[in-house]
Design a protein around this ligand. Sequence first.
Ligand code: ADE
Length: 236
Amino acid sequence: MNKLRCDAISIFPEYFAPLQLSLIGKAIENGLVDIKVHDLRDQATGVHKSVDDTPYGGGAGMVMSPEPWGSAIDQVLGEVDSPTHDLIILTPAGEKFSQKIAEELSQSHHMIFACGRYEGIDQRITDYYRLIPGVRVRELSIGDYVLNGGEVATLTILEAVIRLIPGVLGNPDSLVEESHSMDEDIVEYPNYTKPANWRGLEVPEVLLSGNHALIKRWRLEQAQERTRILGERTGE
Ligand code: ADE
């Protein structure tokens, strides 16, 4: 089976502790995915172990220097034997991450996540690795808001990608349902479980009817209504 290898490079390696939990933790335990976290600071030279500097051209904030990033990425590329490498650079200026990109990345053999902080990483890191054969560089954003760094974005992308790898989810049927609704741009119908009456709120009667055709129709109508309301709110 295709074992996915992931490397995350960050000045806060502790951020990645949650990867030991839940389904991703199990996927690691079961050998479906291998995740290594690297401290960018290990590549910093100089007495202050600095990894950033002031921007050329002026402006607020600091920019991450290309030298430690180049050393860290080169080291990972040298360590991992793979015909292709996906180098993912997290930035609010990147392409918007989506289920479609998650599906593409779930076919990857090796992903490297470069988690910038401050005003981001010197642009030459993207430009340089775009020229290296076998390296596919993608600048990705997880949404139209600014985070303090790429670590949370990396956790988000890793979770979305790893759950698509065969053997990671207990019940792969849910992937089939999700991918249908994603393809059709429709959100999920509402779900209910026991008890049938909770604080005076009843579960819709149709769901207790046992009539599968009716249930299927009701769920589709609910999903369409939710999609319509969401569209009104977001203007889409
Ligand atoms: N770094 C800062 N904000 C980000 C975002 N929205 N997505 C990805 N990386 C980021």
